[in-house]
Design a protein around this ligand. Structure first.
Ligand code: F6R
Length: 615
C-alpha cells in the first residue's frame, strides 16, 4: 500500500515521477505528492488522485533534476493534503521523506522528538521518520549515516526515500519489509515500489533486500547493508532486465484494467501453464528443485491466504482431498497468525497471494514455520516479492501485472496452479493412474480455449446488470467446490459496485438466510451439472417458493427451466474438473457490468488498495 518513486537525472524528472505515480496508483489513491529539489525543496501535495497532482504540477510549471513522489493509502491520519507525503523536517537541515508501510513505534518516537523541539504538522507516522533523520543528521556527517541510524530506531515494515535540501545531488532509499527497487537509466537513476513505475524509463532493475540502504546519484549508485544502525560495506545486488512490457501495464483498447484483466484470462492461464501444455506428464520440479523430496514427505496441506486468494485455497481443498486424498485446511491468514494452531511438521504450508506482499499472509507463513511446519510453498504472481523469497518452494502464476484492485486473472491462474499442484501430489501418492493424468493434462490444455468461449456470454450477463444495479443486497449460492466460487462472486460484486452481497453454501439457506429472501433480494446461483445439482435445485425451489428472483449460471447441459422468476445463462460447455474456473468468469463480468451501470470507480474502489501491506 502506498507507492514511492524517486528520480535523479540530467533531465527534468517530474514527468518520470508522475508517470511512476500513475502506474503505482493501484497501491493507494487517496492523496499524492512530490518534492523536487529546485531552489530548495519544492513540495506539491493534493488530496485525491494523482491526476489532481498532475494539474497542480502543470499550473505551477514544476520541474527539477531530482525528486521523490508518493501516492497514499491512509493508515495514520485521514486522507488529506496535510497528511499527504512527502513529509518535511525543516528545523535544521531541511529534508523530505516518502514512505510505504507502518512505523509501529511512531507514538513513542513522536513524543521523544517533540521533547527535542520538533514540531509535527501531520497525523502520520511518516513525519516521525523525517524528524528522526533530521535529528540524527545533527550527529552524522552524511544523510546515509543518519538514515541508517534512524531506521535502527524504527520498528515496523517500510520502504522510504529521502532527499536533503543542502545536498540535492543525491537520494537515499531504504527497505525493510516493503518492496523497493532501483532503476538504472542511461541519463539517471531511479527508485520505485515496483518495476511497472519505471518501465517507460528503464528496464534495468536492482531489487533491494530487506535491510538494504542505497544512495542514488544521477551517474552512479551504491547499495549498503545496514544492521542495527551500523552501515555495512557496499554490496553488489544483481541487475535484472525486467521482461515486463509496457503493454502489460497499458489499458490498450479497454476502458478499465478490470475489463482488460478479465479478458486476458485465456492468455494468462496459458502462460501460467506453459510448461505443462506441451508435456506428456506433470513433474514436481515445476514447484522447485526440492519439491520431489518435500512432496514425498507431505502428509497434508495448510493453505494460508486472504480475500480472493483465500477463495482459491478453498477451491483447492476440494481438489486436494478428492483427487490427491490429502487432508487440507484453509485459513484466513489474519486469523491464523493469532491462534495457537497445532502444527504438524509434514503438513506443507501453502501461501497464496497475487502480490506476495500481503502483510497478514507473510506473517502467517512465518508463524507457521515457528510452530514447526517444516516446509512451505508460495503460489504467487510477483517474482521478486517477499513471499517468493521466503518460501522453500514456489510456483509463479504468470498472469502479468494485475492492476485493477479487484482480483480477476490472478484468481483463475491461482486455480490453474493449484490444480497442477493437486495433480503432482496425487501422482506421487499413486492416486492418479496415467490415463487420469493424461485427462487432467488434456483438460488444462483446453482451459484457455474454454475460458475464451465462456467470455462470449458477456452480452447476456450485461443484460442482467441493470436489474442488479437497482438492488441493495444480493445473495450468492453454490455447493461443493462451487461454494467458494459463490464467495468470490459476492466479494467481486460488493467491492466494486458497493452492493451488499453474501455467499452461502446453498444447503445452509434454510438455516437462516432464507428469511432475507424476497423480490428485492436477487439470488445468484452457480449450477454446474455435477453430482450436487439435484440438491441445489431443491434449494433453488425453496427460494422460488418464497418469491425470490433467481439468476442462475448453469452448464450447457444443466436441466433448469426458465420462468419469470428464474433467469438462466448457460456456459458454453460442461467443464468437469475445471468447472469452478469457468464459473468464475460470469461472476466477474456481472460485478463489472453492475459497477459500470452504477458508475463507480471500477479499478479503484473506495477505501481499498491493491497490495495490503499493512495489518
Ligand atoms: C479482492 C482482492 C483481495 C486480495 C487480497 C489478497 O478482489 O483483490 O481480496 O485477494 O487482498 O491479496 P494478495 O493475493 O495480493 O495476497
Amino acid at each position: 500500500m502506498c507507492g514511492i518513486v524517486g528520480a535523479i537525472a540530467e533531465k527534468n524528472i517530474v514527468p518520470v515521477l508522475l508517470d511512476g505515480l500513475f502506474s503505482l496508483e493501484y497501491r493507494g489513491y487517496d492523496s499524492a505528492g512530490l518534492v523536487i529539489t529546485s531552489n530548495g525543496l519544492q513540495r506539491l501535495r493534493t488530496a485525491g488522485r494523482v491526476a489532481e497532482l498532475e494539474k497542480k504540477v502543470a499550473e505551477q510549471k514544476t520541474n527539477g533534476f531530482a525528486g521523490i513522489a508518493h501516492t497514499r493509502w491512509a493508515t495514520h491520519g485521514e486522507p488529506s493534503e496535510r497528511n499527504a507525503h512527502p513529509h518535511l523536517s525543516s528545523r535544521e537541515s531541511k529534508i523530505a521523506v516518502v514512505h510505504n508501510g507502518i512505523i509501529e513505534n511512531h507514538e513513542i518516537m513522536r513524543k521523544r522528538l517533540q521533547n527535542e523541539g520538533f514540531q509535527f504538522d501531520s497525523d502520520t507516522d511518516t513525519e516521525v521518520i523525517a524528524h528522526l533523520i533530521a535529528f540524527n543528521l545533527r550527529k552524522s556527517d552524511s544523510l546515509l549515516k543518519a538514515v541508517s541510524q534512524s531506521i535502527s530506531e524504527l520498528q515496523g515494515a517500510y520502504a522510504i526515500a529521502v532527499i536533503e535540501e543542502s545536498h540535492p545531488e543525491r537520494i537515499v532509499v531504504a527497505r525493510n519489509g516493503a518492496p523497493l527497487l532501483l532503476g538504472l537509466g542511461e541519463d539517471g537513476n531511479y527508485a520505485a515500489s515496483d518495476a511497472s513505475a519505471l518501465l517507460k524509463t528503464t528496464r534495468n532493475m536492482v531489487y533491494l533486500e530487506d535491510g538494504d540502504i542505497a544512495e542514488l546519484y544521477k551517474d552512479h549508485y551504491a547499495v549498503y547493508e545496514c544492521k542495527n544502525g551500523i552501515l555495512g560495506p557496499e554490496i553488489n545486488r544483481p541487475v535484472h532486465q525486467s521482461d515486463l512490457t509496457s503493454d502489460a501495464i497499458d489499458l490498450g483498447p479497454y476502458d478499465h484494467f478490470m475489463q482488460k484483466e478479465i479478458f486476458e484470462q485465456p492468455g494468462a492461464v496459458a502462460n501460467t501453464l506453459e510448461m505443462v501444455l506441451n508435456a506428456q506428464a506433470i513433474s514436481p520440479g515445476l514447484f522447485g528443485s526440492a519439491a520431489e523430496k518435500i512432496f514425498s514427505q507431505t502428509k497434508g496441506l495448510l493453505i494460508l491466504a486472504c480475500g480472493t486468494s483465500y477463495h482459491a485455497g478453498l477451491v483447492a481443498r476440494y481438489w486436494l482431498e478428492t483427487i490427491a486424498g490429502l487432508p487440507c485446511t484453509v485459513e484466513i491468514a489474519s486469523e491464523y497468525r493469532y491462534r495457537n494452531p497445532i502444527a504438524d511438521a509434514h503438513t506443507l504450508v501453502v501461501g497464496i497471494s497475487q502480490s506476495g506482499e500481503t502483510a497478514d499472509t507473510l506473517a502467517a507463513m512465518s508463524y507457521a514455520k515457528t510452530l514447526g511446519h517444516l516446509h512451505n510453498l508460495a503460489i504467487c504472481n510477483v517474482a521478486e516479492s517477499a513471499l517468493i523469497r521466503q518460501t522453500d518452494l514456489r510456483f509463479l502464476t504468470r498472469a502479468g501485472p494485475e492492476i485493477g484492485v479487484a482480483s480477476t486473472k490472478a484468481f483463475t491462474t491461482q486455480l490453474a496452479s493449484l490444480l497442477l499442484l493437486t495433480t503432482v501430489l496425487a501422482k506421487m501418492r499413486n492416486k492418479l493412474p496415467p490415463e487420469k493424468e493424461a485427462s487432467v493434462i488434456a483438460a488444462l490444455r483446453h482451459l484457455p480455449a474454454a475460458l475464451q468461449s465462456t467470455l462470449q456470454i458477456e452480452p447476456e450477463v450485461q443484460e442482467w446488470s441493470q436489474r442488479f444495479s437497482e438492488k441493495r443486497h444480493a445473495l450468492f449460492l453454490g455447493r461443493g467446490v462451487h461454494y467458494p466460487i459463490a464467495m468470490e462472486g459476492a466479494l467481486k460484486l460488493k467491492e466494486i459496485s458497493y452492493i451488499h452481497a453474501e455467499a452461502y453454501a446453498s444447503g445452509e439457506l434454510k438455516h437462516g438466510p432464507l428469511a432475507l429472501v424476497d423480490k428485492e433480494m436477487p439470488v445468484v446461483a452457480i449450477a454446474p451439472n455435477d453430482q450436487l445439482l439435484s440438491k441445489l435445485k431443491s434449494n433453488l425451489q425453496e427460494v422460488h417458493a418464497r418469491g425470490g428472483e433467481l439468476y442462475v449460471f448453469a452448464d450447457a447441459d444443466t436441466q433448469i427451466e426458465e420462468s419469470d422468476q428464474i433467469h438462466v445463462i448457460r456456459l458454453a460447455e460442461h467443464a468437469g474438473i475445471l468447472s469452478p474456473i469457468l464459473h468464475t468468469i460470469p461472476l466477474q463480468l456481472l460485478a463489472y457490468h453492475v459497477a459500470l451501470v452504477k458508475g463507480t470507480d471500477v479499478d479503484k474502489p473506495r477505501n481499498l488498495a491493491k497490495a495490503v501491506t499493512v495489518e
